[in-house]
Design a protein around this ligand. Structure first.
Ligand code: NAP
Length: 284
């Protein structure tokens, strides 16, 4: 039976350290979240972020803009936040309404305030093996989990299923930068099971329940499940057939309680890191 990788526990430890450090700061880190429109799921995510920030002593500001907001109006709002000295981190909740080009919006955010690490400056830094100002939240959460459980990355064969800009692609590059041998799989990959069976570290970031079955996993592999899906009964589950795969894996993340809690945790840590970076630059 595999050891559980418990993001809930790891994130709690990170939060404890963070709130201790923030407590002693005279000026507090601040996060601005922009939400355009009234997508119910986006509203839930934004409220969770706001609540967590408040718990930690991070100042949070939510900018709500109507569904018919023009691209220009959103770009101007970002410009205003870019220039605001009391804002350290900017997050634009995605998806955006169809009249707005997401790429233009992301490119407008000052890379030094790009808390999600979506700006091409930051993603380019990762792609070229350099340091961005902060790392993307879910991939960084996964790397933190591996580090916490002392799982060696260097020299290991990591197979990442999924190549989105949010998870799969940056994660693969971050693992490569940590000297793993990386294979990226996606919807056009042939012989998926043959490739995944070679993985020392297997990460699934697809969004398809039971995509990863026992026969696709090498004995003793580390299995990280990023997927968020629902069972017929409406329960949250991942991409991995957990009860079967955990008999073969050495370590495995549950869903819920694995990768999920690490994403918002990285967001809070990134806000704190950007604050420190900006303070340092100001005092130079
Ligand atoms: P996405 O943008 O939809 O990307 C999914 C990726 O999976 C794509 O690269 C796609 O390939 C690939 N794919 C689809 N079907 C496949 C198949 N049968 N075999 C192999 N690859 C396949 O999704 P995402 O934003 O990366 O999110 C992925 C999952 O992680 C979702 O369930 C999401 O809810 C979850 N998620 C969780 C967290 C968290 O904090 N726990 C954070 C972010 C996302 P193509 O590129 O060829 O289309």
């Amino acid at each position: 039976m595999a050891n559980l990788i418990e993001g809930k526990i790891v994130s709690k430890k990170i939060y404890e350290n963070l709130s201790d450090e923030i407590l002693f700061l005279e000026k507090k880190p601040s996060l601005a979240v922009i939400i355009v429109g009234d997508d119910p799921a986006s509203k839930i995510y934004v409220n969770l972020k706001k609540k967590k920030a408040q718990e930690l002593g991070i100042k949070s500001m939510v900018v709500e803009m109507p569904q018919d907001t023009s691209e220009q109006a959103l770009l101007e709002k970002i410009d205003e936040l870019n220039k605001a000295p009391d804002i350290n981190a900017i997050l634009v909740q995605l998806p955006l309404p169809k009249q707005i080009h997401t790429r233009k919006v992301i490119e407008k955010i000052n890379p030094l305030k790009d808390v999600d690490c979506f700006h091409p400056y930051n993603t380019g830094q990762i792609a070229s093996g350099n340091k961005p100002y902060v790392y993307p939240c879910t991939p960084m959460g996964i790397v933190r989990l591996l580090e916490y459980y002392d799982i060696k990355i260097e020299g290991k064969h990591a197979v990442v299923i999924g190549r989105s800009n949010i998870v799969g692609r940056p994660l693969a590059q971050m693992l490569l930068n940590r000297d793993a041998t990386v294979t990226i799989c996606h919807s056009r990959t042939h012989n998926l099971a043959e490739i995944t069976s070679q993985a020392d570290i297997l990460i699934s970031a697809v969004g398809k329940r039971n995509l990863v079955t026992k026969d696709m996993v090498k004995q003793g592999a580390v299995v990280i499940d990023v997927g968020m899906n629902r069972t017929e009964e409406g329960k949250l589950c991942g991409d991995v057939d957990f009860w079967q795969v955990e008999q073969k894996a050495s370590f495995i993340t549950p869903v819920p309680g694995g990768v999920g809690p690490m994403t918002i945790c990285s967001l809070m840590k990134n806000t704190f890191d950007l604050y420190n970076l900006q303070e340092k630059l100001q005092n130079k």
